[in-house]
Ligand binder design. Structure first.
Ligand code: H2U
Length: 350
């Protein structure tokens, strides 16, 4: 019998993380009798005087937001990391390691209106968000080793507020995900003399099967090793180490692909598609030099599987043994490619 990737179980390697994912495409027809989620497609009002992220509203801290008209950044009133905190006693016991951490957490509102998302924002408005991200990276990166910009969207992803916003957690240490990516990209660079993700993009652009959208500067694709059904990666076509290395034109091009991929996500199940997304680039801190093995990239991790209400669970075999997916990355990319670049809410208005 000949191997067919869209039919036969197999495992795929993620060279960035040094992990395998189990692919089981033959299970695609399995009936679903499990949990569905309630989806509220109501975008709510443009302004809600009780929402602490809205312009002019007093937050839990007692501080009043300005009447902002663009992006707005404030220090998280419930930060997971603190700038000044006592260090724990040192321990050389390999079974009970403990270390101190410093950091700071901020919230960035993308837009003054609550009933808007990246998919519904203009390219210029998204570009303003990108510029604010770069400002934050440049400022916080002076002090902190890792500046994690991430957007949690939708209650399904644990987002507590539907006003368009992201969070920025900066820390004195390299967290697990970037730490392992740093090690694997460095090993690849030492072995092959080129950044891993630059080689990867070139190969994906030739293969085309996992590419969802591309322009002159960026490509959005479902990675060969994707875990989440419609997981995508945003990759530059040239060697870019950090977000602040991107040119003016590349900012516009990035805003464009962000608008297109989030629109396609929403169009897929005619819902405001939930996800966690974020950016990974070379570490920062006291020394920004070196890190030639790093390539800046974005990651979208959406949980939805087969409708606006059925999500993928990471449980069972996945928690205890290894992550698994049914739909192949190539099938997921094809479905995303098929979606219109015009948002369904905009096209139904006409
Ligand atoms: P999430 O929706 O991704 O949880 O982000 C909202 C963040 O906003 C959350 O981290 C912060 C919460 O701590 N927040 C404030 O800092 N002040 C408030 O008054 C409300 C929410």
């Amino acid at each position: 019998m000949q191997f067919i990737a869209s039919e036969h179980p197999h495992k795929r390697y993620n060279p960035l993380k040094g992990e395998w994912v189990l692919v089981s495409p033959h299970r695609m027809k399995r009936p679903w009798d499990g949990q569905t989620e309630t989806v509220n497609n109501d975008m709510g009002p443009e302004f809600d005087p009780t929402n602490p992220l809205c312009p002019g509203v007093v937050r839990s801290s007692g501080e009043k937001n300005p009447f902002y008209t663009s992006t707005y950044v404030f220090k998280n009133d419930f930060p997971a990391l603190l700038e000044d905190t006592p260090l724990p006693p040192t321990s050389d016991d390999p079974l009970f390691r403990i270390e101190g951490v410093q950091g700071t957490c901020r919230v960035m509102c993308f837009h003054p209106k609550s009933n808007i998302t990246i998919a519904l924002m203009s390219v210029d408005e998204i570009k303003t968000v990108i510029k604010s991200w770069i400002e934050q990276l440049e400022e916080l990166g002076q002090k902190y080793t890792w500046v994690q910009i991430f957007e949690n969207k939708g209650t399904m992803m644990g987002c507590s507020n539907h006003h368009p916003h992201c969070q920025i957690w900066s820390c004195s240490f390299l967290p697990n995900e970037p730490r392992i990516k740093d090690i694997n990209q460095r090993d690849y660079y030492n072995k092959y003399g080129r950044p891993m993700l630059l080689d990867y993009v070139e190969r994906e652009l030739k293969a085309k099967v996992r590419v969802v959208v591309e322009n002159l500067s960026w490509v959005v694709l479902v990675p060969f090793w994707a875990i989440w059904p419609y997981e995508t990666m945003v990759l530059p076509k040239r060697w870019i180490k950090r977000m602040n290395d991107i040119t003016e034109e590349e900012k516009t091009d990035l805003a464009l692909v962000m608008k297109i991929i989030t629109t396609k996500y929403d169009n897929m199940f005619k819902t405001s598609f939930p996800y966690s997304m974020g950016w990974h680039g070379a570490p920062t801190g006291s020394n920004w030099d070196g890190y030639d093995h790093w390539v800046f990239h974005g990651i979208y991790l959406p949980p939805l599987l087969r409708s606006a209400t059925v999500k993928k669970f990471i449980s069972g075999f996945e928690l205890l043994a290894q992550c698994q997916r049914d739909l192949t990355p190539e099938q997921a990319a094809e479905r995303l490619r098929e979606q219109s670049e015009i948002h369904y809410l905009v096209s139904t208005k006409k």
